[in-house]
Design a binder for this molecule. Structure first.
Ligand code: ASP
Length: 584
């Protein structure tokens, strides 16, 4: 028997018991007459006591134990003289009678504590050691608990977990596929699924009615932001449902997870249209843990000689701003920093106009152009009070919205407007079905080509496709898109029309989605669903900084597995077998 108890189990009630524990040496403190060793396993830490007086030989052996040695001890549970209230086992220690070294360890390359000295790179290289840190262990445990709650919830709602293959044909999530060459069919490739989208829709055609899967998805995207080339979705699909049914089902699931994992009772989720999200928050994933709405003022702007605003309005742009509540005391330098922020090329404003209202009255960067009364009209549009600072930008609507959307987040960060532990969960609905590709100017789908348009908008499909709203929804948690989904098209003619608008030829349709189009010939039920991005959701429920923190063996930010050293060159023989040659 390696152990009678684990290292987090023993309490004051266990005094006098003979126990055997196994685990890793966390620390070893030699205090002369006594030596104390902290023994760690997944469940906790128990202190081991050795005394020279009682057993000199054993104590000598204990002194030689290095960090991360794996040992087994047998001894008696005794009361500790100096108790540690921060540790559940802190009232007791083990007076050790036997000690066995099971594995020795080299000195680990970083300290195995939450506040470690190891850089992320070195921790990724030695991930097995990193996961010994309680903080990492706890994130993985929370992840497992969340999945368990999700499975329970869906099971209670008659969902069936069905596995779908990893070697398939390309799926339409708009990213690049990872390809797997086929040895048996030289020159042919499988694609790894960007999501099981088509397969889950086919399961609806099969009559499975309610499907889910905790599933790996693969997208070969550039290393931007906090992404992983392989990531996990909780992928779901339901038959005979309207959008409302899907929203209610997964709002319920999300509430259950928050309740069971964090003890938080979430209120009913606010719903906001894509249009309003963009207009008022400059983002399709607004963070509503704080207010700071964008207000457009081009229609109420008093007449003046200020050419910057006048020109923008002439060119159908907008003038809009945010109220930085309580920021009237901002220094010149602080305002300059915010101006530089909105001028960064990906935001692209030319500057910020400011109006501050403090003890000395109202002052602005456009005092030359607006009378105090006119400035007051503007302040009123922002419900401004003494102490506030209004920041205004003028440009094309999309640029102003993006810039001010980012600015409100920046202000929230700088001013601590977001309370630790707060959650804002909402639905964004009515996304447009199509958007314009910025590079090519072509009409492309917003989500994937199987999304159902709003019935009332179908009339614009051919004439004004960009105006058509889809039955498309996202769930946003704290400014992160956690869920994305839609009601799907189950009518072949409508689907053909959409393919046409996307500029797909008959041949392309047949080649890419022939099997799906065929399946829909045999009676497709109305259906819809969504997918949760599990990694990011876990991150929001735990404490990490990046989604790498909630994945046992993640890729680094540039897509490498630092521990296994992948991707890597392969033996030319393997390439030969695949009929592949590498271009120089
Ligand atoms: N397949 C979609 C995605 O990965 C989710 C869905 O529409 O259900 O975003």
């Amino acid at each position: 028997m390696y152990r009678s108890n684990h290292c987090g189990a023993l309490r004051i009630e266990d005094l006098g018991k003979q126990v055997t524990l196994s685990g890793w040496v966390q620390t070893n403190r030699d205090l002369g007459a006594m030596t104390f060793v902290d023994l760690r396993d997944r469940y906790g830490i128990t202190q081991l006591a050795f005394s020279t007086e009682k057993n000199a030989e054993l104590t000598e052996k204990a002194r030689k134990l290095g960090r991360e040695f794996v040992i087994q001890v047998t001894g008696t549970v005794i009361e500790r003289s100096s108790k540690n209230k921060n540790n559940p086992t802190g009232d007791i220690e083990i007076e050790v009678a036997e000690l066995k070294v099971i594995s020795i360890s080299e000195t680990p390359p970083f300290t195995i504590i939450d506040d470690t000295d190891g850089s992320e790179e070195i921790r990724l290289r030695h991930r097995y050691l990193d996961i010994r840190r309680p903080i990492m262990r706890d994130r993985l445990i929370t992840r497992a608990k969340m999945v368990k709650v999700i499975r329970e919830y869906l099971d209670n709602q008659d969902f069936i977990e069905i596995e779908t293959p990893n070697f398939i044909k390309s799926t339409p999530e708009g990213a690049r596929d990872f390809l797997v060459p086929s040895r048996l069919h030289p020159g042919n490739f499988y694609a790894l699924p960007q999501s099981p989208q088509i397969l889950k829709q086919l399961l609806m055609v099969s009559g499975m009615d309610r499907y889910y899967q905790v599933v790996k998805c693969y997208r070969d995207e550039d290393f931007r932001g906090d992404r992983q080339p392989e990531f996990t979705q909780v992928d779901c699909e339901m038959s005979f449902v309207h959008q409302e049914d899907v929203l209610n089902m997964f709002e319920g699931m999300t509430k259950t997870v928050f309740q069971k994992i964090k003890g938080i009772e979430l209120p009913d989720f606010q719903r906001i249209t894509f249009h309003d999200a963009m207009k008022y928050y400059g983002s399709d994933k607004p963070d509503l843990r704080f207010d700071c709405k964008i207000v457009e003022i081009q229609d109420i702007l008093p007449k003046s000689e200020f050419v910057v605003f006048n020109q923008v309005i002439e060119n159908n742009g907008i003038v809009a701003g945010v109220n930085a509540k309580g920021c009237a005391g901002y220094t010149r330098k602080q305002i300059d920093a915010l101006t530089d922020f909105v001028k960064e090329p990906h935001r692209g404003l030319n500057g910020l106009v400011w109006i501050r209202w403090n003890e000395e009255g109202i002052k602005s960067s456009v005092d030359k152009f607006y009378t105090p009364e006119q400035l007051e009209i503007i302040l009123k549009a922002f419900d401004a009070e003494k102490g506030d600072l209004i920041l205004l930008g003028a440009e094309r609507a999309s640029k102003v919205r993006k810039s001010l959307g980012d600015l409100r987040l920046e202000l929230a960060k700088n001013n601590g407007w977001i309370k630790e532990g707060d959650y804002s969960v909402l639905w964004v609905v009515d996304f447009p079905l199509f958007e314009l590709d910025e590079e090519t100017g072509e009409t492309i789908f917003m989500h994937h080509p199987f999304c159902m348009p709003h019935e009332t908008d179908i009339q614009y499909l051919e004439s004004e496709p960009l105006k058509v709203r889809g039955q498309l929804y996202d769930m946003v948690i704290n400014g992160n898109e956690i869920v994305s989904g839609s009601i799907r098209i189950h009518d072949k003619q409508l689907q053909d029309k959409i393919f046409n608008i996307l500029g797909m030829t008959e041949e392309e349709i047949e080649n890419k989605f022939g099997f799906m189009v065929n399946a829909f010939r045999y009676g497709a039920p109305p259906h819809g669903g969504c997918a949760f991005g599990l990694d990011r959701w876990v991150l929001l429920m735990t404490s990490g900084d990046t989604i790498r923190d909630v994945i046992a063996f993640p890729k680094s930010s540039n897509g490498k597995d630092m521990m296994m050293d992948a991707p890597t060159y392969v033996d030319p023989k393997q390439l030969d077998e695949l009929g592949i040659a590498i271009k120089k």
